[in-house]
Design a protein. Structure first.
Length: 383
């Protein structure tokens, strides 16, 4: 690992960091970005094979939209392990990539894709390697506080600073993430909210008797707290959880939570892939939507999908970027992150369907108030 750290620090003879907005390499002839013309756009991001979360949805949507807007676009996916011991050599591999001959504009998304070299690079930053930054000193840290672990943490910070400084523009996907960039990297980023790839097919049929929590099932998404809330509800509200578990452990944990809840008859878990059509139908018939991950990077696609389905969103005071979308009493309810408070909020929507409908319609208007659109995104990333 020591040799890898040294190789990364040595670099490749190019400047390691430049001021934001300045290119670290000379622009190639014929690659100048001209306003209003068709561009060659290369989207670069890291990924975990066979895992499709919000980041994959975001880059897939971005690729489709650039094509719709008349640009030539390609997507470069780089498998990246979260195993802290593997991080140094993965960073070196990314640092050695030079993409300057392949596109007019490179757009880097998931950490640490922005260390790839390109003279016209923009970054749509969605989160740090969270275990080294905002989740440090939490149970989800993931990197040991040993000399070796601390060295990897410092390496991640240095790589982030160098890669982000070499980008012409840096945007965050939420105010929460922009604040983290300023805190950890001293970078002021604009906020560029990610829209849905398509809003077609989302509709509201009625305000039924179940609250829907649709997301990948993981400890950080906290579906288990929704299960605990069902022990405290006083109304006839039901709970429906839908989504693929991240791991077999996550699947077993949610099943165990339901079995021991005492409310098993009123809880349904669809621990599998949910198609777009099925998701739209589940949202259309739901009373409202639950979404309260711990310190979420953005409002989450769940919040947008619920909004286009005219459903109120119940979230918590520590849910991070979700709070940029949900305003308490307007388009949803924001409560303390405990089972009793969540139960009270669920009962409130169940007992007052008129309020659930009013908040649901306000949720749809809230998307427009925030200016969430692909016109805005494409224009910003090509500036």
């Amino acid at each position: 690992m020591t040799a890898l750290l040294a190789l990364h620090n040595k670099g490749n003879g190019k400047p390691a960091a430049v001021k934001s907005g300045q290119s670290p390499l000379p622009a190639r002839p014929g690659r100048a970005i001209v306003a209003g013309s068709s561009k060659k756009v290369l989207i670069v991001t890291t990924m975990v094979p066979f895992t499709r979360g919000g980041d994959r949805h975001m880059v897939d949507s971005l690729q489709v939209k650039f094509r719709e807007y008349g640009h030539e676009v390609d997507l470069f996916l780089w498998p990246f392990s979260d195993d802290w011991a593997q991080i140094p050599k993965q960073l070196v591999a990314l640092k050695l990539l030079h993409m300057e001959d392949y596109a007019d504009r490179l757009i880097a998304v998931r950490t640490p894709s922005y260390i790839v070299n390109h003279p016209n690079k923009a970054c749509w930053f969605i989160h740090h390697h969270r275990g080294a930054f905002d989740l440090w000193n939490t149970p989800m840290q993931g990197i040991p506080a040993t000399p070796e672990g601390l060295a990897v943490r410092r390496l991640l910070a240095r790589s982030d600073n160098e890669g982000l400084a070499s980008a012409k523009r840096v945007y965050a996907n939420s105010r929460v993430v922009a604040d983290r960039l300023e805190k950890f990297n001293q970078i002021k980023a604009g906020v560029l909210y990610p829209p849905l790839k398509s809003t077609q097919g989302f509709y509201c049929d009625r305000y039924g008797d179940y609250m829907l929590y649709i997301s990948r099932i993981a400890s950080i998404k906290r579906q288990h707290v929704a299960v605990k809330a069902m022990q405290h509800v006083k109304s006839g509200v039901k709970l429906l959880i839908a989504g693929n578990p991240d791991t077999p452990v996550d699947r077993e944990r949610i099943k165990t939570a339901v079995a021991s809840s005492g409310a098993e008859a009123r809880i349904t878990v669809l621990d599998r892939f949910v198609s777009e059509r099925e998701k739209q139908e589940l949202l259309a018939h739901a009373l409202g939507c639950l979404y309260f991950p711990l310190g979420e990077d953005s409002y989450g696609y769940v919040g947008l999908e619920a909004s286009y389905s005219e459903k109120a969103i119940i979230t918590t005071t520590d849910a991070g970027g979700v709070l940029e979308l949900v305003e308490h009493g307007s388009n949803g309810l924001v409560v303390s992150p405990d089972a009793a408070s969540l139960a009270q909020a669920m009962d409130q929507l169940y007992d007052d369907r008129a309020a659930a409908e009013r908040m649901g319609k306000a949720a749809r208007r809230r998307v427009d108030e925030l200016g969430i659109s692909w016109d805005h995104v494409i224009e910003a990333l090509l500036k």
